[in-house]
Design a protein around this ligand. Structure first.
Ligand SMILES: Nc1nc2c(c(=O)[nH]1)N[C@H]1C(S)=C(S)[C@@H](COP(=O)(O)OP(=O)(O)OC[C@H]3O[C@@H](n4cnc5c(=O)[nH]c(N)nc54)[C@H](O)[C@@H]3O)O[C@H]1N2
Ligand SMILES: Nc1nc2c(c(=O)[nH]1)N[C@H]1C(S)=C(S)[C@@H](COP(=O)(O)OP(=O)(O)OC[C@H]3O[C@@H](n4cnc5c(=O)[nH]c(N)nc54)[C@H](O)[C@@H]3O)O[C@H]1N2
Ligand SMILES: [Mo]
Length: 762
């Protein structure tokens, strides 16, 4: 056991591969959820916790951003939600004695799985310059130290303030206010690595960077196309919505290089019949596309929509295009030049399959297209998403019931954090509002996103790094380059619930500031506090923790921000930090003042289920672009060519992880047990490369600035698309070059990395 948990050596001890499953959820999922929960929390805490997930008076599940249905089941959570809750509500503790026992160097030897299992952080800790161990520090001393370091910088832009997507609206609003009052827009966030491409593409085309559907639309859709998403693992509650849609007669199409179990069949654990039988088949058709082939696919579909329309009419919504959109003629002209040879090369799909999907789209009035990381983390992500918007606009499938664009977000409040101003490129409107409300002049020049921050650290231009949650080192691309950049800093600060690798690869001095999780009671001067979050469908609702905090020394995220602000800014601004900390309703009052759509915020979150933010395309088919029209766009196709003997690698999640948090070593639906160092390759590709299933290989990525390598992965024969491989993140992040980014959004292209495989060196 001890051997397996050491970094890099878990690959061949106990690792086993079975046939992938073709059905998701069902009784096994419930059993797994309970096993995780009981193991971490014990029976009483398990019952108390799981009965509160996503209930009207409980806390928002920290798992994913899928919305809550209006009619909630008694247990409105899923296997992976239960794991997320258990991870936070665990009774294990990482206290001062733990840090006395383990030096930072010895902790570096441990796997992410081991680090996560050690339990909750309990008190503030300092790693001083040249120290070997973290030692306790009082809260006020910690804030004093950060203030001293930040005030010693030559410019506020020498600091960067990262945010992960679990942070509540209240904490996020206060945090961006702190950064801007200090004087910088360096607010990189996990969105930069996640749905940034969606935000950019949607803002350019429909004028707002958020999805246009609500959960009710799933009840009315005729056709649901799921592109680049693995909901069985990452958004399990979405399967219930899909199953319901399916029973009503909706057709579901999956576009994915992998035959993911959750897309194929589903057994609903919340219905008695779901515990028996083979489950409901979900996808009616499965297009096993090559990595990065989606732009070509949707271009071909759009071309066919124009062709069908000229043949028989009634396919293109001409009235909608004439009244509300622009750019349709240019699109038609450009698509006329599209060559099938290129489309087939890029997608690897048979022409009939593409035409069949186009025909389904042409024949359905109410169409939803859903997507996630399979679409956003490629060089041409923004172009691909714009092309999907073209499809929807051509069919008039936006701003009407049962239709629209559905980027399914990841972190439970990643969308809300952006709404609150966690953004390195704020609009002038937002800054005007902020300046007016708080009587200061916010900085106007744009800040660094994630990759820009790393590059600025490497150049010595950013010297201090603060993180509100997350695991910046392990989530970012190019692990070695990111580690080297972080090590150059004067100070790294992490507000965290659990230990992770970012606490170990630090600047000259480092602080860990432990915080309350969403499940816990947040008691302040005015009483127990609520916070709010926004889901993937723009619904804002309250969340209130019910568990006793893991330690008496924890502060809430809001308290940490407010106390740091007072230490850092003193009387420089008239921002009522003390009042904010005492009563979060006062923060919501100011949010209502600054951010459109939050009028009467405190009143409206009292309503069960919360309220929906305005979304002009969804609500009234109006498009807040510069011209007031929705924009069809021309997106040139440049097929990504993979040299002979190389594969295109995607880095993805297993069923037993939450981003960089590893819950366990199994990926049940894909048949992988007791190990994560695997690379999934098509059997014919393995053969052509002269490799066999079970061979241990080193993986090398090839990029213009040189090679990068990770060692000792088990080559595994798997039914993925030809020429494409898959392996888990974060183990393979060292392969993703900092320079490999999506055009237009800057998102790391972590799902299309050119690699070669070689038998592992002994
Ligand atoms: N349990 C659990 N839940 C989570 C998370 C977690 O780690 N664990 N993470 C959360 C977060 S932050 C996010 S962003 C979401 C992520 O949710 P997903 O996007 O579902 O996550 P990934 O595992 O990255 O899966 C990407 C999917 O896209 C497919 N894909 C990859 N490349 C392509 C391509 O080029 N074209 C097409 N059509 N498909 C492609 C892959 O085969 C895979 O099925 O989940 C959230 N929910
Ligand atoms: N190669 C590759 N890289 C990727 C991706 C990929 O698919 N492939 N996906 C990208 C995506 S989509 C995302 S969103 C990022 C994720 O990037 P991050 O959001 O930075 O990473 P997480 O692993 O979600 O962060 C986990 C840590 O958050 C802390 N935490 C948990 N809950 C709380 C809380 O309530 N408050 C606070 N303050 N801290 C908390 C814990 O200490 C835990 O260790 O990774 C990106 N990186
Ligand atoms: Mo994400």
């Amino acid at each position: 056991m001890a051997e397996r948990e050491r970094a890099g050596v878990d690959e061949d001890i106990g690792l086993s591969i079975d046939r992938p499953e073709d059905v998701a959820a069902g009784p096994a999922a419930v059993a797994w959820a309970m096993r995780h929960a009981l193991g971490a929390m014990g029976p009483v805490r398990t019952a108390r916790t799981l009965s509160r997930v996503n209930q009207v008076s409980g806390f928002d599940c920290p798992g994913c951003a899928w919305p809550d249905p209006e009619h909630r089941h008694h247990a409105e959570f899923c296997e992976n939600g239960a794991k997320a809750v258990a991870e936070e509500a665990t009774r294990e503790q990482v206290d001062r004695a733990f840090f006395e026992r383990h030096s930072v160097t010895s902790l570096c030897e441990q796997t992410d799985y081991w680090l996560g299992r050690q339990g909750r952080l309990t008190e503030p800790m300092l790693l001083d310059a040249d120290a070997t161990h973290y030692t306790p520090i009082a809260w006020d001393d910690a804030f004093g130290l950060i203030a001293e370091e930040l005030l010693a910088l030559q410019s506020p832009d020498e600091a960067a303030f990262y945010t992960s997507g679990r942070t509540s609206n209240e904490a996020a609003f206060a945090y961006q206010l702190l950064a801007r009052a200090f004087g910088t827009n360096n607010l990189p966030d996990c969105s930069n690595m996640c749905h940034e491409s969606s935000g950019v593409a949607l803002t350019e085309t429909i004028g707002i960077g958020k999805g246009s559907v609500s959960l009710q639309d799933f009840d009315e859709a005729e056709l649901i196309v799921i592109v680049g998403q693995n909901p069985g693992t990452n958004h399990p509650r979405m399967l219930s919505a899909l199953e319901q849609a399916k029973r009503r007669g909706a057709r579901i199409v999956a576009v994915n290089p992998l035959p993911e179990a959750g897309l194929m069949r589903f057994r609903n654990p919340q219905r008695p019949s779901g515990m028996l039988g083979r489950g409901t088949p979900l996808a009616d058709s499965f297009l096993q596309i090559r990595l990065g082939g989606d732009l070509a696919l949707f271009k071909a579909i759009n071309r066919r929509l124009f062709e069908l329309d000229s043949q028989r009419g009634g396919v293109i919504d001409h009235q909608f295009l004439a009244e509300r959109c622009e750019g349709a003629e240019q699109l038609r002209d450009e698509l006329a030049d599209l060559r099938w040879a290129q489309v087939l090369e890029a997608t690897g799909l048979p022409r009939e399959q593409i035409e069949h999907l186009a025909d389904q789209i042409a024949g359905s009035e109410r169409i939803i297209v859903c997507w996630a990381m399979g679409l956003t983390q490629h060089r041409d992500s923004v172009a691909s998403i714009r092309e999907i918007v073209n499809t929807l606009l051509l069919r008039g499938a936006i701003g009407k019931p049962g239709a629209g664009a559905c980027p399914v977000r990841g972190h439970s409040n990643v969308q809300g954090d952006r709404t609150m101003g966690i953004f390195e490129k704020p609009t002038d409107e937002f800054l005007d509002g902020l300046g007016l409300a708080f009587g200061f002049a916010p900085p106007r020049h744009h800040g660094h996103d994630v990759v820009d921050s790393i590059q600025a650290m490497a150049r010595g231009e950013v010297k201090a790094f603060l993180a509100m949650g997350g695991n910046f080192l392990s989530a970012s691309p190019d692990t070695a380059a990111t580690a080297a950049a972080l090590r150059r800093l004067r100070l790294t600060v992490h507000v965290s619930t659990k230990l992770n690798r970012s606490h170990l690869i630090t600047g000259l001095r480092a602080l860990i500031l432990p915080t309350l999780g969403r499940t816990e009671i947040d008691m302040q001067a005015s009483g127990a506090q609520q916070v709010t979050v926004e889901d993937s469908m723009s619904v804002v609702h309250a969340s209130q923790g019910r568990l006793k905090p893991a330690s008496r020394m924890l502060l809430s995220e809001v308290s940490i921000v407010c106390r740091l602000a007072r230490a850092l800014l003193g009387e420089r601004h008239q921002i009522p930090w003390q009042a904010f900390e005492n009563d979060y309703a006062t923060i919501r009052e100011r949010i209502a003042e600054v951010i459109p759509g939050f009028e009467d915020f405190n009143v409206r979150i009292a309503a069960p289920g919360g309220f929906v933010l305005p979304h002009p395309p969804r609500d009234e088919r109006s498009f807040p672009t510069a011209t007031g029209k929705a924009r069809l766009s021309v997106n040139p196709l440049q097929v990504l060519r993979v040299p002979q003997g190389r594969l295109l690698l995607q880095t993805m999640r297993s069923h037993d992880q939450y981003n960089t948090t590893i819950y366990g070593l199994n990926d049940r639906y894909r048949g992988i047990k007791a190990g994560r160092r695997v690379i999934l390759v098509h059997p014919n590709d393995l053969r052509e490369l002269g490799l066999a299933d079970g061979d241990i290989v080193d993986i090398t990525s090839e990029w213009e600035d040189g090679d990068r390598m990770v060692q000792r992965f088990r080559a595994t024969s798997y039914p993925t698309a030809r020429g494409c491989a898959a392996a888990y993140y974060p183990e393979t992040n060292p392969l993703v070059p900092l320079g490999a980014r999506a055009e237009g959004s800057g998102t790391p292209a972590s799902k299309s990395i050119v690699v070669r495989l070689e038998p592992a060196r002994a």
